[in-house]
Design a binder for this molecule. Sequence first.
Ligand code: CTP
Length: 404
Amino acid sequence: MLEGKHILVGISGGIAAYKIPELIRRLRQAGAEVKVTTTKNALQFVTELTLQTLSGNKVYHDVFAAINDHSTEHISLPDWSDAMIVAPATANVLDKMAHGIADDALTTTFAAMRKPVVIAPAMNDKMYASEAVQESLTQLSKRHNITVMDCAEGYLACGTTGKGRMQEIDCIAEALCYALTNHDMTNKHVLLTAGPTREAIDPVRYLTNHSSGKMGYSLARECWRRGAMVTLVSGPVSIPLPIPVLFGEKTRFTRMTVESAQQMYEAAMQALDEAHVIILCAAVADYRMTEVSTTKIKKTSDSPLLTLTLTENPDIAAAIGEAKRPKQQLIGFALETDHAEEHAIQKLKAKKLDWIVLNSLQDPGAGFGVDTNKVCLLSRKGTKKDIPLMSKENVAQAIISAIL
Ligand code: CTP
């Protein structure tokens, strides 16, 4: 989503400024072009040379410097940029931004900015809790183009523990994606399942599959970015999920981690009632052990064969297809190796889905583990939409745009 975007990073003079070079590097790795403006004090914490080297651009920090290309960078930079991040935002800079005070490079640039802005405050916990700062944050968060992040709790540079930490770099980058997204799912609740399930054989072994959970997590993130409330029921996967906490907003993202298909079924059914859209991306094991051995199954010399007796697991998609209300939209996935479209349409009908997303394992770059995917969307009404090979993030965008 950040590919080709112009991002302006504004740094003010707090100790958390030492983390911003890493943010700049991440933004550039994601394909963005970055320019930097700072207050004078920010350069006490991070050097101009570091910022210039990592961004690949001159740093704008002195309104009156003769070396400026021309004297109106505070206007040309907002014009150049698609979005701005102010991180860390100190109490002083927050209060200035809230009151329209523009007396240095960063604040004059911010005053001219009409595109999306993400503000990541950082300060001592007592300063953060002060009326002035809370009022400034409230005022800023009411502006249509501004996303204000909350502070995180934890260890502070002054040696205490409290609420005042800047949220992690990955959360700031995610808040930027949120700020750059059209919030067309506000007031919608989305329930998703993702990842594989694990069916225990004995205390040390289990049955599972190759699902990485990447497609489901990309869909969950996309729904969050569009403003939805998200409940993600996830099988065991190791995917980082940086979801920022926004100022004054109740958390809109709940992740429930489960292991078995039965646990996934129970968690999904529990969250079903409030969902408007249900996306079932998990690769659920169709069978579990009829009886899980309480002790480790030992190898015997009697026979080279071991027979496991399996019992069918609940089909979450079919159960939701039966239970859902007419206005709830149900989207399933099908991963097929042969007669792909025919099998997908059978599943669409049998499970009473509104849409099925067909993945074909035969397509290079699609399916398990990889960061890209290529899918075909088929609807109950007979619509067919091919989504070409692209990143799972972009496939998620295309799927959500198609089903809304
Ligand atoms: N699904 C589910 N619960 C199950 C099995 C599947 O919710 N116990 C959902 C999947 O999340 C997916 C859709 O049903 O959205 C199709 O899954 P798939 O495994 O392809 O279908 P199955 O009915 O298990 O058929 P197959 O015999 O091909 O495995």
